[in-house]
Design a protein. Sequence first.
Length: 301
Amino acid sequence: MALQVSGKTALVTGGGSGICLEFTKLLLANNCNVLIADLQLLPEAEALISPSSGSSNGATRAVFQKTDVTDWAQLEKAFERVVSEFGGLDLVCPGAGIFEPSWSNFWHPKTGHDTTATNTYKTLEINLTHPIRCTQLALDIFKRQQSSSSSPPSTRFTILHIASIAAQLPLLPAPLYAASKAGLASFVRSLGPLEQQCNIRVAAVAPALVNTPIWYERRKWVDEKVDSWISPARIAEVMLGVVQGEEFVGGTVLEVGLESVRKVEGLNDPGPDMSKRGYKVSGAGEGVVGTFELLEKNFGN
C-alpha cells in the first residue's frame, strides 16, 4: 500500500519557495507535518511556520531549519531535528535546486563560486549531490524505524525527487543543470527495487516549464504570449499523487506538462513532446547565441 500522508511527517528541502513551497502547503492541508530545510523563506512560507516547537495538541505543524543543503553537517541536523520535533519521518523531498545561474555556470569558469579555491560545481552540489545525500540520510532513518516496534513492517516510506525534462534535452546554456537532472533520474531508477524489497519508494517528477524563482536570470527567454508557464501548484498536486498512488512504483520518473503527465522510460523513451503546452521556450535560441559569445569571451584567452 502506498504512503498516505495524513498523520505523517515530511522533510522538504527548498520548501521556502517555488514548487516545494506549494508541496509543503499541500502536505499541511492533508494533515502532514513538515520540516522545511532551506536558507530562507518567502513571506508566504514564513506564514506557515508554527510559532513554537513542541506539542501543539495534535495539530499539523510546519517548522523551519535553516540549512545550506551543500553542507552535509547541516543536512544531518535537519534530519535530526525532524525526528526530535515530530517523533519520526515518513516522507523526504530533497527539492532544493538552482537553474545553473551565472555564479555557478559551466560557461563562467573563472568567476563565481566554481573556482580552484572551492574545487567543486555548486550547481552539481545542490542539484545532484544534496538529493543523493538526503536519500542516504532518509534510508538510515527509515531502516531504523522499520526495525523498531513503532513502525509496522507494512509501513511505506517515500523519497520523492524533482528531476526535469532537461534530463533528456541538449541544453547548451546550462549543461550542468541538464547533467544534474539526468544523473538524478538515473539515480532514482537505480533505487527502484527498494520498494518491493523493503517498502521504501524512491521516485521523481520531471517538470517542464514551471514558473518559479529559479528562472530569475532567464525569464526573458519565455514569451508569455506564446509560451505557457506551469504553476508550481500543478506540480505539487502531481507530486502528492506520486507519493500516494499505488501505480507510481519505485523508480518511476513522471514527466509533468501543463495538461499532461507521462512516465519517462529508462530505455527507448521518445523524449518530451515539445509541441505540448508548458514545454516550449521561445527564446532558448537567444540563450544559445549568448553561450557562444561566452565561449569566445571566457575560454582560450
